[in-house]
Design a protein around this ligand. Structure first.
Ligand SMILES: [Zn+2]
Length: 368
């Protein structure tokens, strides 16, 4: 379900609890935190990196594109394919003295439509190079068919894990309706994991950090230790480890990727980096990525323990577990919550604390 494949309300199983202060500095007054965030954005802007918040029709709200005033003039992500997003992007570029036609390099951070939807239109108008992870290029070039395969994959997984058929068909319709916010785009500058993209005033290290999606790519401004983190790390929401077909998976629907296990390994790699600021695909800049990642690790351990407690009382499908955790969520959230549950069940399976049993095409999990 690429349609709704962005972080959302399903981010936190403890969502019933009142919001707590940001993990950067537990207990820091809100105003102080906001001042630090503004200061971080100002420092990034001084380095030529400007945050442009572009509207999306999705629950996640605005998506952050980043204008890098360098040579080539670079835009990281584009926003979704909509007239409103294009209009606001043009205004935001104009505020910095630029037009769409001036963009020379367009970078795509990952395969979600809130991030690359407009790329095709921008590339056509500006004749900019389009850069993205090499393994992502075929997906972007054949977005329509790829989105269809994603939906088939999601349908198969949902039925296998106990989501009722009528709900699955509603989700397919919703997803198909969202598809027009994306558009196929040709990657002219494929990027290898670990390579360096050299601009006049900086080098951007390309780092593949899969988990939230199979193609998540982050870009490190090596001179300033500023990380363009996209949806790999978001301050106010725990990025969903969304279940997705592997990038080279074609029509293989039999193997369920272990998105959360992959994501945790990616977070560990990012945790080991020395960063001054991490700029996210949504929301505010992150000033203490180590504290934030540690908070996410605690959340994942807590949630896995909770699920272990639930299945200790008797075998459950992933959908039943999601209902126990979050009640009857909106239909559109069903795939996101399923992804969350399966991610945490994978942790239990890997530790030998749960087993998977299939009967009549439906999987149930039991505690050991
Ligand atoms: Zn996003």
């Amino acid at each position: 379900m690429s349609a709704d494949a962005h972080p959302s309300g399903a981010d936190d199983g403890d969502a019933q609890r009142p919001p707590t202060p940001g993990p950067d500095e537990p207990g820091a007054p809100q105003a102080e935190e906001e001042a630090r965030e503004r200061e971080a954005l100002a420092r990034a802007a001084e380095a030529g990196i400007h945050c442009l918040a572009i509207p999306t029709p999705f629950q996640v709200g605005r998506v952050n594109a980043y204008l890098i005033e360098d040579s080539p003039l670079t835009l990281v992500d584009s926003g979704p394919n909509s007239a409103k997003a294009l209009d606001e992007l043009e205004q935001a570029l104009a505020a910095h003295g630029h037009a769409v036609e001036d963009i020379e390099l367009l970078i795509v951070t990952h395969q979600h439509i809130d991030h690359f939807g407009l790329a095709s239109i921008l590339a056509r108008r500006s004749r900019a190079e389009v850069a993205a992870l090499d393994r992502l290029a075929p997906f972007l070039a054949h977005y329509g068919e790829q989105a269809e395969l994603d939906d088939l994959f999601a349908e198969r997984i949902m039925l296998r894990h106990g989501i009722p058929a009528d709900m699955v068909s509603v989700l397919r319709t919703v997803s198909a309706g969202f598809r027009a916010w994306g558009a196929a785009v040709d990657v002219t500058r494929p990027l290898a994991d670990g390579e360096v993209l050299a601009l006049r005033d900086r080098t951007l290290r390309v780092l593949h950090r899969p988990g939230h999606s199979p193609s998540d790519t982050v870009f490190l401004d090596e001179q300033r230790s500023i990380l363009l983190a996209a949806d790999h790390l978001i301050k106010h929401i725990s990025s969903n480890p969304l279940l997705a077909r592997p990038l080279d998976g074609g029509g293989d629907f039999e193997h369920r990727p272990q998105a959360l296990i992959t994501y945790i390994a990616s977070l560990e790699a990012t945790r080991a980096m020395g960063l001054s600021i991490a700029l996210s695909g949504h929301g505010q800049p992150i000033l203490d990525h180590v504290a934030l990642i540690d908070e996410r690790f605690r959340l994942h351990r807590r949630r896995a323990a909770k699920i272990h407690g639930l299945i200790a009382a008797g075998p459950l499908t992933a959908h039943e577990i999601a209902q126990e955790l979050w009640g009857n969520v909106a239909v559109t959230q069903a795939f996101l919550t399923l992804s969350e549950v399966l991610g945490h069940v994978d942790l239990l399976l890997a530790d030998g604390r749960a087993v998977e049993r299939e009967s009549g095409g439906v999987v149930r999990f039991a505690a050991t």
